[in-house]
Design a protein around this ligand. Structure first.
Ligand code: SF4
Length: 455
């Protein structure tokens, strides 16, 4: 409590920002288990010691050192790093040296509080003796999550490429789990299989990530998909397909969302959650969009000195987006002949939908433009219901809810808002059961989307 009182109104003392990782151990918050494990493995391949933080065991600590006004993901991630420190102190005793670690916490530009998590957490860490030496290193959406300044110059581009493939492969592993689990031959098989497969992939990324030997990585992904397919019981008929959108942390962090996908599956759903790569692609897309607007403005105002730097930005974001879409497509195409996993959409497709319906604008930014666009895209593609998962009071997701609710009732597609703040809501399961009853009715009347297509 003393530290909590102390951190009110303080300024950061320790380091936060684009900090070189060096020889220290990088601690990666586990938002999405697959992505955290594969990203840590990619770091290790590039010679940087890295590990995914244990998650959700320190929630009480996260709550103790926040005021309650912060977003729920901020409490969860703060709890994770404080829990790590506590356990590491117990393990190492006087040999514990906070200067040996770098806490990796990306940030986002724009109207959201996500841009402030790392600064706020810096203040909290500074309030503990010695923890100002535990560095917080961030990548930012401002430069499209570039690792320049974080890794050695000659490793930056290669790491970004391999890191992105790690994120897409993690998405594939999640989609494989959601494809198998509702149809598994024996309860528990799918979860166990995916966990084992992730550890195999860690080794693959450690070995082939640094050389960008993506074919070898994809060979392993195909092998895993082939094996995963054998767990499906062909006698189980297709189930209603439910799409999930929302705030990226909550919809991918299974502990925070109280395993909502598993709960939906319990009541008869097959679920496809929005991908993690969607956000990475959006960051490049948004950077490109802003750079285009700046080029137009500077041309109009004949400000040629600024024009050149904006043209360089435009080119950089353009190449980045092209690369990401190309790689993502390549990964999905490799698994497509093996198993009918649902593909991913292009961000430009979502913006076209918003423009066509004049519902919302990408100028506002945030995840609302992705969620609103995705909900309409999935509804058109033949999903039987949509769920919006988010932290209680989350600004973009509340906006999403307000915009899409009337539209969904007009379209006759079941829709559910699922806000979370760590408390147990007794009516949650009843709401999901009712939602799944409606989705089942929709499925019986209209059938469902063909798999293997993007929405
Ligand atoms: S997206 Fe929502 S939860 Fe995340 S920082 Fe913004 S308001 Fe908070």
């Amino acid at each position: 409590m003393e530290a909590r009182r102390k951190n009110q109104g303080e300024k950061p003392v320790g380091t936060v920002g684009k900090i070189r990782l060096g020889k220290r151990t990088v601690l990666i918050p586990e938002m999405n288990r697959a992505a955290a494990l594969l990203l840590a493995a990619t770091f290790r391949g590039f010679g940087v010691e890295a590990k995914a933080l244990e998650t959700y065991k320190g929630l009480d600590l996260g709550k103790e050192y926040t005021s309650g006004k912060e977003c729920y993901p901020c409490q969860v991630t703060l709890g994770d790093i404080l829990y790590f420190v506590q356990k590491e102190k117990e393990r190492l005793g006087s040999a514990f040296d906070p200067g040996q670690y770098v806490y990796f916490l990306p940030e986002s530009d724009g109207p959201c509080r996500f841009g402030l998590y790392n600064r706020f957490q810096r203040i909290v860490l500074d309030s503990f003796p010695g923890l100002n030496r535990l560095t917080i290193s961030s990548i930012t959406t401002r430069d499209g999550y570039s690792f320049s300044g974080i890794l050695e110059k000659d490793k930056v581009l290669d790491f970004q490429k391999s890191g992105y493939v790690a994120v897409v492969v993690a998405d594939i592993m999640d989609r494989l789990l959601w494809r198998i689990r509702p149809y598994e031959k024996k309860a528990g098989m799918a979860d166990e299989f995916i966990e084992i497969s992730l550890h195999k992939l860690e080794k693959t990324f450690e070995k082939h990530g640094p050389t960008k030997d993506f074919n070898k990585i994809l060979d392993e992904v195909v092998r895993i998909t082939e094996e995963g397919k054998t767990l499906i019981d062909p006698k189980i008929p297709p189930k209603p397909l439910i799409g999930m959108v929302g705030e990226i942390f909550l919809r991918t962090h299974v502990q925070s969302n109280q395993e909502i996908i598993r709960l939906l599956e319990k009541y008869g759903a097959e679920v496809v959650n929005a991908s993690v790569a969607e956000w990475a692609n959006y960051v490049s897309y948004d950077g490109l969009r802003n750079a285009k607007a700046q080029v137009r403005l500077n041309l109009k105002q004949l400000r040629f000195s600024l024009l050149w730097s904006k043209l360089k930005e435009l080119l950089g974001f353009g190449i980045d987006l092209y690369y990401k879409e190309y790689r993502q497509n390549q990964v999905y195409k490799r698994v497509e002949p093996v198993l009918d996993l649902v593909g991913d959409h292009k961000i430009s497709h979502l913006e076209e939908i918003l423009k066509e319906k004049d519902l919302f604008s990408f100028d506002v930014a945030t995840e609302a433009c992705l969620s609103i666009g995705s909900i309409i895209s999935c509804s058109r593609a033949g999903y039987n219901g949509m769920v919006n998962v988010y932290p209680f009071t989350c600004m973009p997701s509340t906006t999403t809810s307000a915009v899409v609710k009337p539209l969904m009732s007009e379209l006759g597609i079941p829709y559910l808002d699922a806000p979370y703040d760590s408390s147990i809501q007794p009516s949650r399961e009843a709401a999901i059961r009712t939602f799944m009853y409606q989705a089942e009715q929709h499925f019986n009347r209209h059938g469902r989307m063909r798999r293997n297509s993007a929405h």
